[in-house]
Design a binder for this molecule. Sequence first.
Ligand SMILES: NC(=O)c1ccc[n+]([C@@H]2O[C@H](COP(=O)([O-])OP(=O)(O)OC[C@H]3O[C@@H](n4cnc5c(N)ncnc54)[C@H](O)[C@@H]3O)[C@@H](O)[C@H]2O)c1
Length: 475
Amino acid sequence: MSAWQLCEVTLPFPVSLGRVIATVTCSGEKEVNLAVQDAKAAFKIWSKKSGLERGQILFEAARMIRERTEEIAIMETINNGKSIFEARDDIKTSWQCLEFFAGLAGSMAGEHIQLPGGSFGYTRREPLGVCVGIGAWNYPFQIASWKSAPALACGNAMIFKPSPFTPLSVLLLAEIYTEAGVPPGLFNVVQGGAATGQLLCQHHDVAKVSFTGSVPTGTKIIEMAAKGIKPVTLELGGKSPLIIFSDCDLENAVKGALIANFLTQGEVCCNGTRVFVQKEILDKFTEQVVKATQRIKIGDPLLEDTRMGPLINRPHLERVLGFVKQAKEQGAKVLCGGDLHVPRDPKLKGGYYMTPCVLTDCKDDMTCVKEEIFGPVMSILSFDTEAEVLERANNTTFGLASGVFTRDVQRAHRVAAELQAGVCCINNYNINPVELPFGGYKKSGFGRENGRVTVECYSQLKTVYVEMGDVESVF
Ligand SMILES: NC(=O)c1ccc[n+]([C@@H]2O[C@H](COP(=O)([O-])OP(=O)(O)OC[C@H]3O[C@@H](n4cnc5c(N)ncnc54)[C@H](O)[C@@H]3O)[C@@H](O)[C@H]2O)c1
């Protein structure tokens, strides 16, 4: 069963422009069972291949993604609403991820351990079996690639369920894997929402669940996985701090703050939405950030110069605007944006647009500072000392990412070491190359994506003892 075959459509408009672009059928129990059955059969073939053989197929899939970048990026823009400029970058980090794990596949190995009397032991790094990937709607193609590449490189099968808001681009990934030569059913897509996700998590033949999404759903996933004693990778939400010291390169810090808040309409898990600025440079920084934010081009995400498209759907847009309203009620000052935006172009009028927003006079206990907004809203907070800002930055239940801008190299590393987050960027932000592990601390989840360490998340170790002497009788 290859669900992608059900859905070959040409889509002229992004879904987030308020038009129905395609209808996909939700997978129920029957389809989920079929997908698991096919994945099990494919796993038998795939897991017997050498790492090098698996790597060769993944390299071919990476090549095909790279070659089809434009087509996939257009589909992703239509799927999600992000600008084509950004979608291209998502596709780039997707094929890079496949290349990275394809390269590792041939060198995945256990170890040999010498024991007394000539006996020895060795370990085998073995795949887990049928893994499930469940994705969020903000990086649909990239999330599917970041989960499937290490899973497949380690010898597993994967069934992927995209968010029901962005069901389409992952179908191209399934098509590419198939054309590149993975056995039928090895990477399969099932469509649907919570009910389909639950069926997958609870299936007794599923060995692992890798989830990207919100903390409340992540909590449910881990509860279901606990019942089946299944390992999970959880990539959850964040409310990350970006700390800007007065000795920074101001121009870079301003650019960094925009990258930390306004990519993909602010719908980014690792965004540095709590921007702590040292008092001495607060006014200067704020003035420049506001100017740069007002210059962001909002519009048709398929146009080359657009840098901000529509948000994912109307309820989400209303939720984000609600956060801005509440921030004002709680005493924050809106320096720019935070309003509904109706583009002049009639074909965009139904889109879920808002203007990127900068809030100042923010306090640590305001809702806009404590909760993940997942929209284009930056909260600026001022601070005096390093010790103070570290305490405030860490005062959150999340721990996904963080950032620091300073020219003082000792301070940069001291602060990076103290921040309670899975990722810290020094003098830049939202730079997540596939060679580096990505994942959270605290309620932002556990397990990692990308980097060598991810092999551990998609494999298990078998110990084999080899007796070279006689069995000593103890009875
Ligand atoms: N840490 C990361 O790498 C990362 C990346 C992207 C997004 N996110 C987070 O994702 C969230 C936004 O995405 P979202 O709104 O799609 O999240 P969500 O939790 O609502 O949904 C995520 C996925 O889970 C599925 N799902 C929902 N209920 C389920 C259930 N009971 N059982 C199984 N599956 C279920 C959804 O259909 C969807 O595919 C934000 O909190 C964001 O920070 C995290």
